[in-house]
Design a protein around this ligand. Structure first.
Ligand code: SF4
Length: 344
């Protein structure tokens, strides 16, 4: 989603696998910090000609919480997310929240703030195994509580989804049971994001400490070095995602991955939001949506071929500055010829 809002910098979730700047920032600044609510307010109240203004006119959904959890414990005292929701509610403006703390949204003040708001709640979880979950995600609520909250929010009219992210087939536990329970809570879409173990920032060590063994050395899955991280080989990943797709389909759900490794998504938006009530405005030219894959040394002209992007010039500037490398970790920017290469 091109419109993003980040209520907090850093995160106290303490997830062992967190690859986002959230946890890294949390280490650096000794805890999460609230961002200014003005950041989102200015998009809606200041009518300067800018990309965000135009996107808002077109009612492009806004994603709340990208690099840190917007409903993590600090929200209790700072309420930046609550204020953001109220602002969006006044405009019935579509929003997507990614969180491990959906229970906060069931508190009366939040229920009031999301009443009538077109809202997608993506609840991430890495495993169904309660013991493992408490080790991998020590700061987040148990799965039962997350699902109970999703069920309440579904009843209240929100679109609820599960994000199996990161997905590691040998850590996820009883996936069948997880799907059944998620379905009972009103979930129809399961997003899948395979585990990536970054080489920097002690990622492998954090995961090993949480599990009590060196995961990369012990796993039977075929992991390979993909540059800045290790991940399951594409071939193996395809098999596992296909199994998940079939299992989800048996329960009347769909499983979506960003990279469409199995080729079954037919380039539906990977957030699974297109077609949902209140989420009609999805830009066809946004990253990945048209099914264009960046392969080796992909140039801007090649990438944009056939895309009708109203911000061609702005996007070209971002492209040439290497911004996609920071936004999409599997891409490497080739400074010399201003192209991108997919590592994975
Ligand atoms: S809740 Fe999300 S952002 Fe926070 S530490 Fe866990 S994975 Fe990272």
């Amino acid at each position: 989603m091109p419109l993003k809002c980040e209520p907090y910098s850093g995160c106290s979730g303490g997830c062992a696998y967190c690859s986002r700047s959230g946890l890294r920032d949390a280490h650096r600044v000794k805890g999460p910090e609230a961002n200014s609510y003005r950041y989102i307010e200015k998009f809606f109240f200041h009518n300067k000609e800018r990309m965000e203004t135009e996107l808002i006119k077109r009612r492009m959904p806004v994603q709340i919480g990208v690099n840190s959890d917007p409903l993590q414990p600090i929200e209790r005292s700072h309420r930046v997310t609550l204020r953001t929701l109220k602002l969006l509610q006044d405009r019935e403006y579509p929003a997507i929240i990614t969180t491990k703390f959906p229970d906060r949204l069931t508190e009366p003040t939040y229920m009031w703030a999301i009443d009538g708001l077109p809202l997608v709640i993506q609840c991430s979880v890495s495993t169904e195994d309660p013991v493992l979950l408490s080790r991998l995600e020590p700061g987040a609520p148990p799965l039962d509580e997350r699902l109970e909250a999703l069920s309440t929010l579904h009843e209240a009219g929100a679109h609820v989804m599960i994000r199996l992210a990161p997905y590691a087939p040998d850590l996820v536990g009883d996936v069948e049971s997880l799907l059944v329970r998620a379905h009972d809570a009103g979930v129809q879409t399961v997003q899948v994001g395979p585990l990536k173990i970054y080489h920097a920032n002690g990622s492998r060590q954090r995961l090993s400490e949480a599990l009590g063994y060196d995961y990369l050395q012990t796993t039977q899955l075929a992991y390979e070095n993909c540059g800045v991280f290790s991940a399951i080989t594409l071939e193996e990943q395809k098999d596992h995602v296909e199994q998940l797709e079939r299992a989800a389909a048996e329960h009347g759900m769909e499983a979506l991955t960003c990279d469409d490794v199995t080729g079954h998504r037919a380039w539906r938006c990977c957030c699974g939001i297109d077609g949902l009530e209140g989420f009609e405005a999805i830009a066809e030219w946004a990253y990945f949506v048209n099914g264009h894959r960046i392969n080796d040394h992909c140039s801007f002209e090649e990438y944009m071929q056939g895309h009708d992007c109203p911000w061609h010039a702005e996007f070209e500037q971002e492209w040439n500055s290497g911004k996609l490398e920071r936004a999409l970790p599997e891409l490497v920017f080739n400074q010399d010829d201003k192209t991108y290469t997919r590592m994975w």
